[in-house]
Design a protein around this ligand. Sequence first.
Ligand code: NAD
Length: 359
Amino acid sequence: MKVAVLAGDGIGPEIIAEALKVIDVLRAEGLHIETEAAAVGGAGVDLTGDPLPEATLKLCRESDAILFGAIGGPQYDVLPREQRPERGLLRLRKELDLFANLRPAKVFPQLAAASTLRADVVAGLDMLIIRELTGDIYFGEPRGIRIEANGERVGFNTMIYSESEIRRVAHVGFQSAQRRNHRLCSVDKMNVLEATQLWRDVVIEVSKEYPDVELSHLLVDNAAMQLVRNPRQFDVILTGNIFGDILSDEASMLTGSIGMLPSASLNAGSQGLYEPIHGSAPDIAGKGLANPLAQILSLAMMFRYSLNRADLADRIEKAVEDTLEAGYRTGDIAMPGEKKIGTVEMGDAVVRALKQGHA
Ligand code: NAD
């Protein structure tokens, strides 16, 4: 197993260090896993002038998986668009054709009170949103702002999906549902948008290959409403790029804690990029306050989806849960009056739980 480790900026290196401690434990137990670090985002710009240096891209291509921290920072916001840290991540997704973005939204029972929704609505929530990541209105042409003959400005974008783009992400959706509770809800806006009528038609065609998965459909406006009305009705949600962008942020907030949520972006092989959903948190960077659990849970996803070691994924997830059960809290997930610990202590607690769970 070869893993590229791209820590990035801000809190990225701090939380990646904790995930590497988890890898060290598994390595000490005999796991053969090679890790190699490379610069990305602002760190790439500082080193080479490029947010995705050539050497980093080469390493990623040669790796089974990429463990990614976070990128960005106010000092880079003044750079020309091509040199901004975000460009590095977008290019990496495009270069490796990481078209399927998996975002679990799980409420750990110990943190149910941290949600802005009532605990009885979110307790036990465990869903997965799969968002198509490389197509749709975000990439469709033509796009732009033009000036009409009468002098008025008109902005326009193109929502476009090809059958093959829908088909490949639909397969990821159904296969993910097979690994979970065998229910897939496809979200579209077929009553108004032809591109999403095709989405629905193709998803139905693909469903014939997965008779053990129950398929349902929701229009996106209803899906947004159902997510806050009764989020536990969902197992896997499958949707396009723009709807997924919005719904996955909505779903993440049901859990109440941005520092807890991992994600995976997969291509047609088993290669994937694994990162927390949060950014580089410049406001707390360098202070040892960041919650490393989203990063550690991203590592668990990496074992599950790219490295074919669901057993290790289960163990890491269990160690995180045990750590929460034991009462350890970083500032972002502590309730008023609860003792807060820092990034390193949280990583240490997970390492201890991982070792104890194995003893
Ligand atoms: P952010 O996610 O970095 O931070 C939002 C808030 O959540 C902040 O108050 C932060 O302190 C807190 N937070 C985030 N992660 C945390 C953690 N692990 N533990 C504790 N608290 C945490 O979003 P932002 O402030 O809008 O963006 C900051 C920078 O990150 C920007 O440069 C942005 O472009 C970049 N960004 C990068 C990614 C990525 O790397 N994929 C994603 C989003 C934003």
